[in-house]
Design a protein around this ligand. Structure first.
Ligand SMILES: Cc1cc2nc3c(=O)[nH]c(=O)nc-3n(C[C@H](O)[C@H](O)[C@H](O)COP(=O)(O)OP(=O)(O)OC[C@H]3O[C@@H](n4cnc5c(N)ncnc54)[C@H](O)[C@@H]3O)c2cc1C
Length: 431
């Protein structure tokens, strides 16, 4: 007879593990299924892990989790070909409890987190691919795996199998994603002596820094590059909408090479040694691209449900929050002995009312607006750089004459009315 669990969770990323941990802690018999050799072995992240949601799941987690550096400074660079306008926020309140976020390496972090779920009683099955959902009388009742002893059954199945969830798709919950709904990101982990990192990024002790790089880093395509500090390595990457890569006929690794060799970035990377090269999709369609996430005997969480806030670089925290909310809906369904779609619908309601749903709603038009308006990246960022260069170059002309020249240059670069309209539109989609 095939094995039966209370719950099967497919995928041991942040969403699946948060769900399995919460369920196992409540005494539920849960199977956490992972296709990788170990949790995290296939997972990719920039990688900033926000503390709040993780702290709600395991208070004081950072005392034992394999975190890299608490981020005390967030820098932003508006990049042109040979210049950059930069600004940053540095706050030492982030260097102490309760902390804001940490850099993490997913291969280590996911493994640690899944082990915590196992300690609560979850059964972790690595190197097991979920091939399809087993559906009986319109209800998901189990998972067909690639193991010889094959099928496993449960009262509820949680799909936490990441972006482009084939299982959710096979249930008809979503269609093939369009290229303007997903970003393709490539990144490298580069080894560098920790003392050099601290000097180069002006950091004391374990503190860390992140740099988000816009403009020429993506050759004007909607997206961003990033440079993050780990203990003794750096993460450098670039992610752009798939539609932009197709339109501009650029290969993602060419873009990463371009960023690494950019004169404003290159000095940060001197003496680095490549450790890892990674590539992954990011669901960036937001609120309007969310698939169906509740069915009879089945819930969809994390990237599989498109829960990423691309504007604020938040994904792992939304994934974990959704995993916990799915677990809570399952616990209520268990109490009622009813795993129907109607009963599990509380997951969707709670998710949409939480910061996850609210933030996705807030930026529901942002990605598509900026995607349709490439001049924000192609024209305005170079313009900012020209203004800064003209204003700060001391060349004997008066500041009034500089202002006049800047104003007339702005007019010739893009009609001032169009600029005012762009400003209004940007405010409208971000407010
Ligand atoms: C380059 C990049 C940078 C990012 N940077 C950040 C950042 O700085 N901060 C942030 O918060 N978020 C960031 N994100 C987003 C974040 O990584 C995701 O939102 C988060 O990992 C989603 O978690 P998840 O558990 O839903 O999916 P995943 O982490 O993708 O986990 C899915 C798991 O399911 C497994 N799986 C898939 N299919 C099957 C199957 N059929 N059978 C068994 N197992 C399966 C996979 O192996 C994997 O372990 C970034 C993403 C990328 C790609």
């Amino acid at each position: 007879m095939a094995e039966k669990f209370d719950v099967i969770v497919v995928g041991a990323g942040p969403a699946g593990t948060a769900c399995a941990y919460t369920l196992a802690k409540a005494g539920v018999n849960v199977l956490l299924m992972e296709r990788g050799e170990y949790p995290g072995s296939k997972n990719v992240m920039g990688g900033v892990l926000y503390c709040k949601t993780m702290e709600d799941i395991i208070p004081g987690f950072y005392k034992e989790a394999p975190v890299e550096r608490p981020i005390v400074e967030q820098r932003f660079m508006m990049l042109d070909k040979e210049s950059a306008v930069s600004f940053s926020y540095k706050g030492l309140e982030w260097a102490k409890e309760p902390y804001n976020n940490f850099t993490v390496l997913r291969a280590k972090f996911d493994q640690w987190f899944a082990e915590k779920a196992v300690q609560q009683g979850a059964l972790l099955l690595n190197e097991t691919v979920a091939l399809s959902c087993i559906v009986e009388d319109g209800k998901v009742v189990g998972i067909k795996t690639d193991r010889p002893d094959g099928d496993v059954y449960a009262d509820v199945v949680v799909l936490a199998d990441g972006v482009n969830s084939l299982l959710a798709k096979s249930l008809g919950f979503h269609k093939e994603f369009r290229p303007d709904e997903v970003a393709l990101a490539v990144m490298e982990v580069l080894k560098l002596d920790r003392k050099i990192i601290e000097e180069r990024f002006n950091l004391e002790g374990d503190n860390g820094c992140t740099i988000e790089i816009f403009g020429d880093s993506t050759k004007g395509i909607l997206g961003t590059a990033w440079l993050y500090t780990n203990k003794d390595s750096l993460n450098i990457g670039v992610g752009t909408m798939l539609s932009g890569l197709i339109k501009h006929k650029i290969k993602p690794y060419e873009l990463l090479d371009y960023v690494k060799n950019h004169p404003m970035i290159r000095p940060y990377l001197q003496g680095c040694e490549q450790q890892e090269y990674l590539a992954h999709l990011i669901p960036e369609g937001g609120y309007r691209s969310m698939p169906k996430i509740v069915g009879n005997g089945v819930l969809v969480v994390g990237d599989a449900a498109q829960l990423v806030n691309a504007i604020h670089r938040e994904g792992s925290n939304m994934a974990m929050a959704s995993g916990v909310m799915a677990a809570e809906a399952i616990l209520a369904a268990r109490e009622a002995g009813d795993y129907s779609e109607k009963m599990l619908e509380s997951y969707r309601t709670n998710l949409l009312n939480s910061f996850v749903g609210q933030d996705l709603k807030k930026y529901k038009d942002a990605t598509h607006h900026f995607e349709k308006s490439p001049h924000y990246f192609e024209q305005y960022i170079p313009m900012m750089n020209r203004v800064a260069s003209q204003m700060f170059t001391v060349d004997g002309s008066s500041k009034w004459s500089k202002q006049k020249k800047i104003w007339s240059d702005l007019g010739s670069a893009r009609d001032k009315w169009k600029m005012a309209r762009d400003l209004m539109n940007a405010w409208r989609v971000m407010k």
